[in-house]
Design a protein around this ligand. Structure first.
Ligand code: BGC
Length: 761
């Protein structure tokens, strides 16, 4: 599938959401009539998005909300939930505002609503497209039952720098995988009809390039060539729009000298003119106001700049509300520009069916029935199990036998609040089971579980405080670290196996959670060393919102299961995998570096003029480091299984083809292990000679395949000329005839390769 080209299904969905023909004329007529009655102030009011009285996802608490609704000064509210509250707010608009224009209700429904699924990076590790779509569907059903009609998701920012805390919120480093996922998420949220009571309007974010922040520091500058943007960073946003996403959120960062929220090239030339986007553009939280700090002027100036650049709705900052009328009177913005923005807001409301029935999302019975229902929890458990990546399993320590005693030791063992992971603002933290309780619930009395804190999250109390915000506290033990470790060893004495529950707390990743040290915190490393010294088998169950640097652990710990943050059902899902009820199948959506100095790191790099020789890790005057190898600790696409998958010889049905034809690439996959299991077969391509330099490998397709033990299957991929296209120097999307290589394997490193040629016609 070509990521920048719509598939027929996406085209179909896009057209139903985008209202054509009669439906479109009906909407236009309705909105024309309504806008004909609106004052300029009322139009500007529609551009104002506020919080519903609590500061959930930032520091602003919007004031005077009730009166502003009545006065027609609010177009949307976010972070408000429950049919009761939303009905009350909607009633203020419908009964008391002059034109009775309904309010749109947004929320960060990022990886589930009350039923929380793995963090997006974890979901990406499933490489399971139907499953990912289903998780978004369930999130929409639950949130829409609770009064919400707009989600600020999917987040599709490519990130290749694990220092950036928000890598947890996206699908990782790869353009193709992220684009596929973006599409599934949008379809899951929006379905084929935004007007249904159980769908949400999707909002693709953060437009654009937010994940390329310099030095991995949040909100930092990005500066990027157009060539890289078009080929690597923009396709996932475009894929979400092709799937029909009806809103876009601007990003906080500067792009080549102009912050995204004031960037006319980005928001108008590219988004509206080239990509023909016909939905709503909203800013990120106070992003208009932040243009002042970026150095673009005062509030009046930056609000005008932002509107003129193409922003329709102002999140939280009220710059539009308080300055646009003045700017219009002074001739600095035009009524046409205000009208354009107002129209996009009203169209979103129209598409959501809010003019037809402003209360269609408010139904207490539905909320009771739909939220957290058993089948949603089953899906959450399945998704969590599939998201875990088995990084190491020396001597087949795993799976464990369901017998004897297991000691679960570490700061992540007994904290339910940290299981949902970052950006789970609607999670019921009190009700989420901890790892230990989840394991107990899954295992019953077949296995005895004992547990202990073992170590503080980090020895630095202040860092721990910053890393456990929003109710995600982890208790500290202020006694000397050695005393706490000794106590944990006592607890583990009778155990047959030790599960070390270590890593990051959930708020160590996510927004404003960039880190420069990606090792397991010192206090936990000491604990791990002590646990290993017992001589008992140790399994590291690693919690992480990003790729961590695990060089030491890889050398010393026999089994490592990376579980990200698995959501509501984490504990049970970890038990499923540790005890073999579920065979791990997760594959890394981001490269795991050896150390922080290797960052940014990603597999699809260019060759350079001085690449390292095959099998070398240092050569003088070659592109490398003196002190560490170029290759990562765990490559992109990597993940083990309890089973063994063997790849037969890579076959191509021909070695030359032309535009309009195709090449069939096949390989026989056999499960020669003792467990049924799933393997993700990955196909990469390299364009050997081109008018511009091309990556050494690019993912172009994959299949997630289930094989019973002993089973074999022929896996076939088709390559067409379209798959070989890229943006050339003039930003034309073309293929260039010549030599190519194709690679197939279970991760980007362990592949077989073959040559083929795209012929001139
Ligand atoms: C984040 C967005 C989020 C918004 C609203 C911002 O701080 O960057 O991702 O959607 O807040 O909560």
């Amino acid at each position: 599938m070509n990521i920048l080209k719509s598939t027929s299904l996406a085209v179909l969905i896009f057209s139903t959401l985008n209202l054509f023909g009669q439906e479109k004329s009906k909407m236009d007529a309705f909105i024309n009539e309504l806008m004909g009655k609106m004052t300029v102030e009322e139009k500007i009011g529609q551009l104002n998005l506020v919080t519903g009285g609590e500061a959930t996802t930032g520091s602003v608490v919007s004031s005077n909300v009730e009166n502003n609704i009545k006065a027609g000064k609010i177009g949307g509210i976010f972070s408000m939930s429950s049919p009761e509250k939303i009905r009350k707010a909607q009633e203020l608009a419908i009964k008391h505002s002059r034109l009775k224009i309904p309010i749109i209700f947004g929320m960060d429904v990022i990886h589930g609503y009350k039923t929380v699924f793995p963090i997006p990076l974890g979901l990406a590790a499933t490489w399971d497209m139907p499953l990912i779509q289903q998780t978004a569907r369930v999130a929409a059903v639950e949130a829409a039952a609770d009064g919400i009609n707009w989600t600020f998701s999917p987040m599709v920012d490519i990130s290749r720098d694990a220092r950036w805390g928000r890598i947890s919120e996206g699908s990782g480093e790869d353009t193709y995988l992220s684009s596929r996922i973006a599409r599934e998420m949008v379809i899951g949220y929006q379905g084929d009809d935004l007007g249904k009571y159980n769908t949400l309007m999707a909002c693709v974010k953060h437009f654009a390039l937010y994940g390329a922040a310099e030095a991995g520091r949040d909100y930092h500058t990005t500066d990027m060539s157009l060539h890289r943007m078009y080929n690597e960073y923009l396709p996932p946003y475009k894929a979400a729009l092709d799937a029909g996403a009806m809103s876009v959120m601007t990003s906080f960062n500067d792009i080549n000298g102009v912050p995204a929220t004031a960037n006319k090239w980005l928001l108008t030339d590219l988004l509206r003119k080239d990509w023909k986007f016909d939905g709503l553009v909203v800013t990120d939280y106070t992003a208009v106001n932040e243009l002042i700090e970026h150095g673009l002027g005062d509030l009046q100036q930056v609000s005008a700049l932002s509107l003129k650049a193409g922003v329709d709705m102002d999140m939280v900052g009220e710059g539009f509300l308080t300055t646009l009328k003045k700017s219009m009177d002074e001739g600095k913005v035009s009524l046409t520009e205000i009208d354009r923005a107002c129209r996009y807001v009203l169209e979103a409301k129209y598409r959501l069916g809010l003019f037809e029935d402003p209360f269609r999302y408010c139904n207490e019975d539905r909320a009771k029935k739909e939220i957290g229902k058993a089948e949603h929890l089953r899906l959450a458990r399945e998704a969590a199990g599939k998201s875990f990546v088995l990084l190491k399993n020396e001597g087949q320590v795993l799976p464990l036998k369901k017998q004897g005693t297991v000691a679960v030791i570490g700061p992540l063992a007994n904290t339910g609040a940290n299981m949902p992971g970052t950006w789970s603002v609607s999670a019921d933290l009190q009700k989420t089971l901890s790892l230990v309780d989840g394991m107990k619930a899954a295992l019953g009395n077949k296995v005895k579980i004992v547990s202990h804190l073992g170590a503080n999250l980090t020895s630095d109390a202040k860092l721990q405080e910053r890393s456990t915000m929003f109710g995600r506290t982890i208790p500290r033990d202020e006694r000397p670290a050695e005393t706490v470790i000794q106590e944990a060893l006592e607890v583990s004495k009778g155990a047959d196996v030790i599960v070390a529950a270590l890593g990051e707390s959930s708020e160590m990743s996510g927004e404003s959670s960039s880190r420069t040290d990606l090792n397991i915190p010192d206090s936990q490393r000491k604990l791990l060393e002590a646990l290993l010294k017992t001589g008992k088998p140790v399994v590291l169950v690693l919690f992480a919102g990003r790729p961590l640097t695990l060089t030491w652990e890889d050398e010393h710990v026999p089994a490592i299961l990376n579980v990200w943050f698995g959501g509501t059902e984490t504990g049970k899902a970890v038990a499923d995998v540790l005890f073999g009820d579920v065979n791990p199948s997760g594959k890394l959506p981001a490269t795991f570096p050896r150390n922080v100095g290797q960052l940014p790191i990603y597999y699809s790099q260019k060759n350079t003029g001085r690449p390292l020789g095959e099998g070398q890790w240092f050569q003088k005057f070659r592109s490398n480091y003196l002190d560490v190898a170029n290759d990562p600790l765990y490559p992109f696409g990597y993940g083990l299984s309890y089973s063994k998958f063997d790849y037969g010889k890579l076959q191509l049905d021909k070695d030359k083809f032309a535009k309009g034809e195709e090449i069939r690439v096949s390989v026989e996959l056999s499960n020669s292990g003792n467990f049924d299991g799933e393997e993700v077969v990955q196909l990469y391509v390299r364009d050997m000679v081109g008018s511009v330099t091309r990556p050494i490998k690019e993912l172009k397709n994959f299949q997630k395949v289930f094989l019973k033990k002993g089973e074999k299957k022929k896996i076939e991929f088709v390559i067409t000329e379209e798959d070989l296209r890229f943006y050339n120097q003039s930003l034309e999307f073309v293929s260039e005839p010549g030599a190519f290589k194709v690679f197939v394997g279970g991760n980007v490193r362990d592949v077989q390769e073959a040559d083929f040629e795209l012929m001139e016609r």
